[in-house]
Write a protein that binds this ligand. Structure first.
Ligand code: IPE
Ligand code: IPE
Ligand code: MG
Length: 257
């Protein structure tokens, strides 16, 4: 017999092993526009629903004990969209941060921003700075919001910073090691994502966490982001827990003899 609603979610909760959750979960918040269009609504309505859902899923992750949660909210390529859509997304971000600043005290969530914030409005930049400052003393879940973020840009900025370090110290760059570059990434000090979720049926990376995703497990689903609920999240965790992560090695059971 098919299980319904709450019962099905309860069953899904049972199937996740709480002791083997990913340390770092990243999500490409995709499908807002199509979610709205399918309902005969403007794309902006999809972004509103998507922002609301971000809160819901972030809270679920926090309550489950996920340590790091990174979301792709606006890419370096998203400026190509109609001016009105970009303006609406920026307005939503301002609203979102104003509300978050009030709630942070209660949730103890550490909110950080990954990306080049320079082209953002002064208001948005100031809100990001305030949020960062308040977050400093908190020890709750780390939430990283990727804003005007591009994986290629991130690596390029890190390479530039490393080259400058070499120049300043009169060193040659041939001793460069991965850790030296990582120090200059937005993600410095944060473990690589274990699981990257992309809703909306697209199966591509779209310039997200190019360096950090070297050994991430991917989870794709056709569900649009505003409809991505607890059950979907649990399904992604179950799929993750069924993967054999070898990191280039082999499992005990796969050895000869
Ligand atoms: C993701 O949803 C939000 C942003 C990229 C800002 P989309 O707006 O890309 O939604 P679709 O992919 O067009 O449905
Ligand atoms: C990726 O989604 C970026 C964000 C979700 C912020 P896009 O909708 O921009 O990706 P493409 O264009 O379909 O690859
Ligand atoms: Mg999209």
């Amino acid at each position: 017999m098919a299980l319904f609603g709450k019962k099905r979610t309860a069953a899904a909760r049972e199937s996740v092993d709480r002791t083997r959750l990913p340390q770092h979960v990243a999500v490409i918040l995709d499908g807002n526009g199509r979610w709205a269009r399918r309902r005969g609504l403007p794309r902006t309505a999809g972004h509103v629903a998507g922002a609301e859902n971000f809160r819901t899923i972030a809270t679920l992750c926090k309550n489950m004990g996920i340590k790091n949660f990174t979301v792709f909210a606006f890419s370096t390529e998203n400026w190509k969209r109609p001016t009105e859509e970009v303006a609406a997304i920026m307005k939503l971000l301002v609203q979102y941060l104003q509300e978050s600043i009030e709630k942070m005290e209660k949730d103890h969530i550490r909110l950080h921003f990954w990306g080049d914030l320079t082209p953002l409005s002064d208001e948005l930049k100031a809100l990001c700075a305030t949020t960062d400052r308040i977050s400093e003393g908190y020890d709750g879940m780390n939430v990283n919001v990727c804003l005007n973020y591009g994986g290629r840009d991130e690596i390029m900025y890190a390479a530039r910073a490393f080259a400058q370090e070499c120049l300043d110290a009169g060193r040659v760059p041939d001793k460069m090691e991965p850790a030296m570059l990582e120090r200059h990434l937005y993600s410095a000090g944060v473990p690589d994502p274990d699981l990257i979720i992309r809703p909306s049926g697209e199966e591509r990376i779209s310039n997200f966490l190019l360096w950090q995703s070297a050994y991430a497990e991917y989870y794709f689903t056709d569900v649009m982001w505003p409809d991505f609920d607890e059950e979907e999240l649990l399904r992604a965790f179950v799929a993750y827990q069924q993967r054999a992560r070898r990191f280039g090695g082999i499992d005990e059971t796969e050895k000869d003899g």
